[in-house]
Design a protein around this ligand. Structure first.
Ligand SMILES: C[S@@+](CC[C@H](N)C(=O)[O-])C[C@H]1O[C@@H](n2cnc3c(N)ncnc32)[C@H](O)[C@@H]1O
Length: 254
């Protein structure tokens, strides 16, 4: 059975599936240090990036379309005695009622909107939420490897997780590139097993990412009122190259 995004096992096990995957955290920290005003994380999820940075003293609000992800974030914030403003909203209709010096989007969340029209609408909403000197930082995934893949759609083991109570989650993944609408569908199959390895539950959850050529995204930014300031490869202080699958585009209002 196919289900909605980040509302079931994908939300419950999000932190464990990404455990230890924090290689982008120093980059976002560096950006917040050079833009110390109030910031907004779009698609904040369970707070993988937002919570450690708030603990360090940065002022960050969050928003996400998944109520379950925001609930998990708020539970963790509570345990850490942090007061945070994290709301359930879709980025295409972003309405925080205030402006920010930095709007940033880790985890390639912008690419999860349904269409190019909604992506442009989202960029315009970010523009509306930025102070006059504010900046926008967007992480983007470029599927160069997937474009060359010999066997699209093949299932691969992504991760196995064992919880202290003996339950296990096994996640398999397959990816398919669509050229017509420039999308990449990442299908995730989550199988939950009890401590005797009997299957308790299975869920299929597709993540559809829109993808862009770098110049195309640059033009989209300009069309939505931004001027590109810099690009970064793999969350390092180096400009994007032609092979990197992970980049950040930094822009300001033009
Ligand atoms: C890969 S997770 C990233 C979460 C977090 N930023 C991180 O880096 O761990 C993508 C997040 O984007 C959210 N998302 C997807 N589409 C969205 C939309 N249209 N508006 C707001 N959030 C959205 C999902 O619910 C999910 O929490």
């Amino acid at each position: 059975m196919k289900e909605g995004l980040y509302s079931g096992l994908d939300a419950e096990f999000y932190d464990e599936l990404l455990e230890g995957e924090l290689e982008d955290l120093p980059f976002w920290r560096m950006l917040l240090e050079s833009n110390p005003g109030p910031a907004l994380e779009v698609g904040c999820g369970t707070g993988r990036i937002m919570l450690p940075l708030i603990q360090e003293g940065h002022r960050i609000d969050g928003m996400d379309s998944s109520k379950r992800m925001v609930d998990l974030l708020l539970e963790k914030a509570d345990q850490l005695n942090l007061t945070v403003d994290a709301r359930v909203q879709v980025m295409e209709d972003l309405d925080m009622g205030k402006s920010y010096d930095l709007v940033f989007i880790p985890g390639f969340s912008l690419q999860m909107v349904e269409s190019r029209e909604l992506l442009k609408q989202s960029l315009k909403q970010f523009h509306n939420h930025l102070s006059p000197e504010g900046k926008l930082a967007v992480s983007l995934f470029f599927p160069w490897e997937e474009l060359e893949e010999d066997e699209p759609g093949e299932w691969r083991l992504r991760k196995k997780i064992k919880r202290p109570d003996g339950t296990r989650l096994v996640c398999h993944q397959s990816t398919v590139i669509n050229y017509e609408d420039q999308s990449l569908v990442v299908e995730n199959r989550y199988t939950l097993l009890d401590n005797e390895r009997n299957q308790l539950n299975e869920e299929l959850r597709d993540i559809r990412l829109l993808w862009f050529y770098p110049h195309e995204f640059h033009l989209l930014l300009e069309e939505c009122g931004f001027e590109l300031l810099d690009t970064y490869s793999d969350f390092q202080d180096e400009p994007m190259d032609e092979q990197t699958p992970h980049a950040v585009f930094l822009a300001r209002k033009s």
